[in-house]
Structure formats: structure tokens, C-alpha cells
Design a protein around this ligand. Structure first.
Ligand code: SAM
Length: 169
């Protein structure tokens, strides 16, 4: 059986291109490195990590692997916040009416599902998925944040989110 498996593997990798390495992340290697290094730098500081806009969870999975492999789960609770239902309608309307974007170019992430996402991360009990519009979510309901990765693509939710946290000069 093992020999047969090896033959199938050899055939598939050589002739079907199924083994060609791919980079499936939206985030660039240098950005991944920054996130990992920041988690490491703050690993013993109280506070949680927030990823806002998680899509199917590729970056979440990468960072979860780091947290788990370093055994730093206890002080590094991770909040994954997303609508899990693509973009908010008013945010899309703003892009089209005020920023000359085409609606066809803004479609995406409609595949997402809160329940599927949660079940995909069930082995990581320090990951908490929250279904919400980040512009409306009350961040006082979670632990103080030590690191945020804000990745929601559009202008309005990014601006509204920042407005909540920036102090007037
Ligand atoms: C670029 S993807 C995130 C990619 C992910 N961070 C990664 O590295 O793989 C953008 C995500 O933002 C989410 N999103 C867009 N507007 C949002 C909003 N107002 N509140 C919460 N999530 C939002 C979308 O549903 C989508 O899943």
C-alpha cells in the first residue's frame, strides 16, 4: 500500500503540477514577519490581539500557529472580527459614489460563513470569532488591545474605526 501511495504521489507531483508551491496569503511576507515579531515583542504584556477583517482566516491561521507553537496562548487571546458576510452596503455605496470605484471590482468574500469559520478554528481555543461591523462594534466589550491588524479594504469602515481610537491633538 505504501509503495502504491509513493507511486501515485510521484506521478501527481511530476506530471499534474498539483505539488507546485503556492503562496495563498493576502498579506505579504514582510507584513507577516512584522505581525509575528510584534506578537513576540509583546508576548508577556497583558492585552489581546485583534484582526479586523479576517476573510477565510489565512492570516489568522498563520498567526494562530505561531502563538500555539510558542505556547503563549494564555496571554495572547485573539479576536477575529468580521461581518462574515462581505462588505457593508453603505460602505460600498460610498466607494462607488464618492471614490469612483466600480461595484464589479468590489465583490468578494461572499463565500464566508461565521459558523464554518468558527468550526475551522475549533482547535484554537484562544481564537474568538466575532460577527460585527467593525465601525459599530463596541471594543470596550473585549480585553484591552495590544495589537490590531485592521484589514477591511474600504475607506469608510477604516476611517470610522480609526476615529474611535484616535485622540484629538
Ligand atoms: C482583505 S479581507 C481580510 C483578509 C485577511 N485579513 C487576511 O489576511 O487573510 C477583508 C475582510 O474585511 C471584511 N469587512 C469588510 N468591511 C467590514 C466591516 N465594516 N466590518 C467588519 N468586517 C468587514 C470582509 O468581510 C472581508 O472578510
Amino acid at each position: 500500500m505504501k509503495i502504491l501511495k509513493e507511486y501515485v504521489k510521484k506521478f501527481a507531483l511530476r506530471y499534474l503540477k498539483v505539488g507546485a508551491p503556492k503562496y495563498d496569503f493576502n498579506v505579504e511576507p514582510i507584513q507577516m514577519a512584522l505581525l509575528v515579531n510584534e506578537i513576540e515583542r509583546m508576548k508577556n504584556i497583558d492585552g489581546c490581539i485583534c484582526e479586523i477583517g479576517v476573510a477565510r482566516g489565512m492570516t489568522t491561521r498563520f498567526l494562530a500557529e505561531h502563538i500555539k507553537s510558542q505556547n503563549i496562548e494564555e496571554k495572547n487571546k485573539y479576536f477575529a472580527i468580521d461581518t462574515f458576510n462581505s462588505f457593508v452596503k453603505d460602505d460600498l455605496t460610498f466607494e462607488v459614489e464618492q471614490r469612483d470605484k466600480k461595484i464589479i471590482d468590489l465583490r468578494g468574500f461572499e463565500y464566508n460563513s461565521y459558523n464554518v469559520w468558527k468550526s475551522n478554528f475549533s482547535e484554537f481555543n484562544f481564537i474568538n470569532a466575532i460577527q460585527a461591523d467593525c465601525a459599530l462594534f463596541d471594543f470596550n466589550t473585549i480585553d484591552p488591545i495590544k495589537l490590531t491588524f485592521l484589514d477591511v479594504d474600504l475607506y469608510l469602515p477604516t476611517k470610522k474605526h480609526f476615529k474611535k481610537f484616535l485622540m484629538p491633538l
